[in-house]
Design a protein around this ligand. Structure first.
Ligand SMILES: Cc1cc2nc3c(=O)[nH]c(=O)nc-3n(C[C@H](O)[C@H](O)[C@H](O)COP(=O)(O)OP(=O)(O)OC[C@H]3O[C@@H](n4cnc5c(N)ncnc54)[C@H](O)[C@@H]3O)c2cc1C
Length: 393
């Protein structure tokens, strides 16, 4: 009988355990989570339309439970120094409080008889007696660190800084607001994740981080400072902290996804960037790919683990590539904010990952593209006028 130990009770670990219970009903499955059951960091997360279809194919009950607990929006508002455009269209966005997503998955684990051991930190994965050890333990994974050389992992840090706050301001649609201040370049992405709460991710570039003095402040001072910077967006509502502090995000990649009977999924394998709202989707799709590979060759685990990487890496590469193009865009956003007007910056933002071609933009965001075309034509005309005046002289 298989003995499966999952380290980490985040979205990828809990979802993997649920899938494993279905595919291997006779297996002994246990999840180890260092935090208490009700604890989490941050506020809401975005689960884009594309990802939910996959979850439904893998486990309809879980997908429906997540969907029922999600808050659905569609359009978004893009602002640049107070000048705002409504961007209508595109796929719907579902957002859910991270704690609600975890509670939903935890309840399903209970219902399916999967033990989740809370406040149980694993220091060394080899202390576990299991035929399969799943490292679903996030960016600071102990499984990856214990076998860093064999996983051939690399880690480096982005220069921008961000904090994952919440607010009692309920935004009817997600907003993305860029602003040039006397302290430098700041921006925020906010989206509703419940009828009364929104997630508010505040960000700045490396120059603003030091110029504003944020680098020398306490967490409380940073929250107060952020509230002042984004006073217009917050309209008198407070920013809220849930272990929220300004951080620079790591970029973690692994050349090998398994070492012996130890395998990585989710953030432990490839760290996310929140700007494409797909970290949780990638993490949960890793869980699906791993269980599919294990179920395809249940008698040959080494082959299954090799197949997990061989089959799933090309799919993941597309989203990871989009994520890389997105964080590169954000790493240079200060220059763009200085040189572009609102609609041009919005267009540059929409096309930053290469996944939305101008044709697809026309199809999915026709009103936005009409606005963009009108402005672009006017700009072309204004460039042409002095030349024609010269030609007539
Ligand atoms: C600012 C910010 C905003 C984000 N916004 C979004 C978004 O909008 N949409 C989205 O999809 N994603 C978003 N993400 C990313 C998303 O949170 C992660 O991609 C997702 O949580 C990955 O799930 P996971 O299960 O792999 O890892 P995690 O969620 O990190 O879970 C890992 C779990 O393992 C536990 N653990 C760690 N070490 C041990 C140990 N040694 N022993 C026992 N337990 C351990 C941790 O306590 C944790 O519960 C955002 C991330 C950040 C930082």
């Amino acid at each position: 009988m298989k003995k499966i130990a999952v380290i980490g009770g985040g979205p990828s670990g809990l979802f993997f355990a649920l899938l494993a219970r279905r595919r291997f009903p006779g297996a002994a499955i246990e999840v180890f989570e260092q935090n208490p059951q009700a604890a989490t960091f941050g506020f809401g997360i975005v689960l884009a339309e594309g990802g939910l279809g996959r979850f439904r194919d893998a486990d309809a009950e879980t997908a429906d439970a997540i969907m029922a607990a999600s808050h659905i929006t569609r359009d978004r508002i893009f602002s640049h120094n107070g000048d705002s455009i409504l961007i209508e269209g595109g796929a719907f966005g579902g957002a859910i409080a991270r704690i609600k997503l975890l509670n939903t998955l935890q309840a399903l684990c209970r219902a399916r008889g999967i033990p989740v051991h809370y406040e149980y930190r694993i220091e060394n994965p080899d202390q576990l007696d299991a035929s399969l050890i799943v490292g679903a333990d996030g960016v600071n994974s102990v499984v990856r660190r214990a076998y860093e050389g064999q996983f051939a992992s690399s880690t480096w840090y982005l220069t921008n800084r961000m904090a994952w706050y919440g607010t009692t301001r309920h935004f009817p649609s997600p907003i993305l607001s860029f602003k040039t201040t006397p302290h430098g370049h700041f921006w925020a992405a906010a989206y509703p994740h419940s009828p009364s709460m929104s997630t508010f991710v505040a960000e700045c570039d490396a120059d603003a981080w030091t110029r504003s003095g944020l680098n020398r402040m306490s967490a409380e001072q940073r929250l107060a400072f952020s509230q002042d910077i984004f006073a217009a967006e917050l309209s008198g509502h407070p920013l809220l902290s849930n272990r929220s502090d300004w951080i620079s995000l790591p970029v973690i990649r692994c050349k090998h996804w398994s070492v012996g009977h130890r395998v990585l999924i989710g953030d432990a394998l490839h760290s996310p960037h929140p700007s494409i709202g797909s970290g949780t989707r990638i993490a949960m799709e890793d869980a699906i790919a791993l269980i599919d590979a294990l179920a395809a060759t249940p008698e040959n685990q080494p082959q299954a683990l090799a197949e997990y990487q061989r089959r799933h890496a090309p799919e993941t590469a597309k989203l990871v590539d989009a994520m890389e193009k997105s964080y590169e865009w954000y790493e240079q956003v200060g220059e763009k904010m200085d040189s572009m007007d609102t609609i041009t910056l919005a267009f540059d933002f929409m096309t930053r990952t290469g996944r939305l071609s101008p044709q697809r933009l026309h199809r999915e965001y026709p009103k936005f593209m009409d606005k963009y075309a009108t402005q672009w034509n006017a700009w072309q005309k204004s460039r042409a006028q002095p030349q024609s005046a010269l030609a007539g002289a």
